[in-house]
Design a protein around this ligand. Structure first.
Ligand SMILES: *[C@@H]1O[C@H](CO)[C@@H](O)[C@H](O)[C@H]1NC(C)=O
Length: 391
């Protein structure tokens, strides 16, 4: 009773197209048995004309960006559509059956494959993926895939670097006068649930089609940009702070025992820290990141500071009977002169022969100069490196 009522309602609104399994069965028999559909035949009634295949790329997420192997791993699916002249029917003859879903192996499909793939050349999709077939002959095939592509990366400007990678699809065995590939979108379609990558963000994408020799090709380009915050917080900032600490060695009196301990401690933390962060730096020898050069400069300065401190510790222990080196005495007197600016005429009368300079005073004067020089080098290198990398 209820079923009858529903049937009446549906018929009134004309929504119901109650097709039975036999309608689909007879359609399949017509297409595959009577018409004898052959997956080996390019499905054009005019075999002289090239078959046009349209490809769109839907990106689901960036899985991995590998600077060492120069590899980009993306997850997504292709939307490949074409016209199959041999899979058409009039729905009216089959109780309004308008569409079919068939396993991808059961119909002709183009041998689209990734040209710049990282691993073996493989057939797209898998056996269980079904292809949508419309009665007009419109076919839609959506193989989902993890694409591993070769991508030339340059990490010179790490962590402000931007990489441009291509995903190139070709019809592997066919020349362009048999199969032409086109792209109907002008970029990569980003899935609504795009899986963001912690370190990279997508800035733009594009799609073009061209000819690679005799082969028709569709090229999807994706531009990704590194998010620099993590690197700045975890690598660059600590190194800047350590370098600053190191420079302040020169503010500790040279005759205290603390000083050598302090410099060595800072140097060691530098070394330990470098071991920890070396994993986060891009490991390529082709384009050394400027950040690595910066770290090396700071480490080099740290080493110099340790050496200078050691030498100074030896000098400051000299007895007064040993005369102060002329160069040290000169620096000390220059500094003393600068400090006594008020008595202008005293400055003129300074006579290196008369004025005594102790070892301690000389070393303190040298320290003051070195402090300023190191500060200067530190600021200049930091600013220059930052400007090169960020612009
Ligand atoms: C078949 O395609 C070729 C090439 O596009 C064209 O020159 C020819 O006219 C077509 N033949 C028919 C019957 O449409």
């Amino acid at each position: 009773m209820q079923t009858t009522q529903l049937w009446v309602i549906f018929s009134l609104f004309g929504i119901a197209k109650l097709q039975s399994n036999t309608d689909v069965q007879s359609l399949l028999t017509q297409l595959f048995t009577t018409n004898n559909y052959n997956t080996l035949i390019r499905p054009s009634t005019n075999q002289s004309a090239p078959k046009e295949i349209d490809i769109n790329f839907n990106l689901y997420g960036i899985t991995d960006v590998d600077e060492i192997e120069q590899k980009l791993t993306t997850t997504g699916w292709l939307e490949i559509t074409w016209q199959d002249d041999l899979l058409t029917w009039t729905p009216a003859s089959y109780n309004e059956v308008e569409k079919l879903y068939l396993p991808q192996g059961n119909i002709w499909k183009p041998d689209v494959s990734l040209q710049n793939g990282f691993s073996e050349l493989e057939e797209l999709g898998s056996k269980f993926i079904q292809v949508y077939v419309h009665n007009s002959g419109f076919i839609m095939w959506r193989p989902f895939q993890v694409f591993e592509t070769k991508c030339d990366m340059n990490s010179k400007y790490f962590p402000f670097d931007e990489q441009k990678c291509h995903l190139m699809f070709v019809s592997w065995s066919h020349a362009s006068d048999d199969i032409t590939l086109t792209q109907s979108s002008n970029g990569i379609e980003l899935s609504e649930e795009l899986n963001g990558h912690g370190e990279w963000e997508i800035t733009s994408s594009s799609a073009t089609s061209d000819l690679d020799g005799f082969i028709s090709r569709v090229k999807f380009t994706i531009v990704i940009k590194r998010k620099p915050l993590y690197t700045i917080m975890n690598i660059i900032l600590p190194i800047i702070l350590l370098a600053l600490l190191d420079i302040f060695t020169f503010k500790i009196p040279a005759d205290t025992g603390e000083r050598l301990g302090y410099t060595i401690t800072v140097w060691l933390s530098f070394a330990v820290f470098l071991t920890i962060v070396s994993d986060s730096l891009p490991k390529t020898s082709d384009s050394v990141p400027i950040v690595s050069i910066y770290i090396m400069i700071q480490l080099f300065m740290g080493t110099l500071i340790v050496l200078i401190s050691t030498v100074e510790a030896g000098l400051v222990a000299n007895p007064e009977s040993v005369p102060v080196y002329n160069i040290l005495r000169f620096i000390a007197l220059r500094l003393r002169r600068n400090n006594v600016k008020s008595s202008e005429d005293m400055v003129m009368k300074i006579d290196p022969e008369i004025l005594e300079v102790t070892w301690k005073e000389a070393i303190t004067a040298v320290d003051t100069c070195l402090f300023l020089i190191c500060m200067g080098i530190f600021f200049i290198t930091t600013i220059i490196c930052f400007l090169i990398v960020a612009i």
